[in-house]
Ligand binder design. Structure first.
Ligand code: SF4
Length: 179
């Protein structure tokens, strides 16, 4: 019996919309389950990424934990794919890059409209925030980028099935979009 392809997925600074788009492949996921197994992913609730053939990264990099998870994926995944605008260029979370981290925290927790009991969270268990939100390719080498916010289910399906078949992934123009 041929060994199944292993796929790992995670969300860094993202909204899980790209994962929802993956789930939108609907009944095709049963065919995928015949040839592939999921490692770390919200689908399995496995907490660490083990050796995997394909790694799908959603979200940009906004804190020290994101850096740790992303490096773990790069180390363990043969092919790493930045999925969606946040992973590719920081996306919506990167809107905070226009101001300093200090200003951002003060506006959110001290000075902003409707703030009660103003205090910047400082629990030592919270991951350390980075000075800005980084695209994943600025932290690790990325093999492919799949654009969209989110990429459509058909785009994700086409990309994954090309990789599973050992083909260079190619998206037809109608599946390639940046919004
Ligand atoms: Fe959400 Fe869009 Fe970012 Fe995907 S690219 S995580 S859908 S905001």
């Amino acid at each position: 019996m041929t060994a199944k392809i292993s796929i790992a997925t995670t969300s860094l600074a993202g909204c899980f919309g790209c994962h929802m788009s993956l789930l939108d492949i609907d009944e095709r996921i049963t065919g995928l389950a015949e040839v592939a197994v999921f490692d770390r992913s919200p689908l399995t609730d496995i907490k660490n990424c083990h050796h995997s053939d394909i790694g799908l990264i959603e979200g940009g990099v906004c804190n020290a934990e994101n850096v740790h998870v992303l490096r773990e994926f790069r180390k363990n995944c043969k092919t790493l794919i930045a999925v969606g605008a946040c992973a590719i260029n920081g996306g919506l979370p990167a809107l905070r890059n226009k101001i300093s981290l200090k200003e951002c925290l003060e506006e959110s927790y001290i000075d902003g409209l409707g703030v009660v009991n103003p205090q910047i969270p400082n629990d030592p268990e919270l991951p350390l925030l980075l000075d800005k939100v980084y695209p994943v390719h600025e932290i690790v080498k990325v093999d492919y980028s799949l654009p969209g916010c989110p990429p459509s289910a058909d785009a994700i399906w086409t990309f994954i099935t090309d990789l599973l078949a050992g083909r260079e992934p190619t998206l037809p123009g109608e599946l390639m979009h940046y919004d």
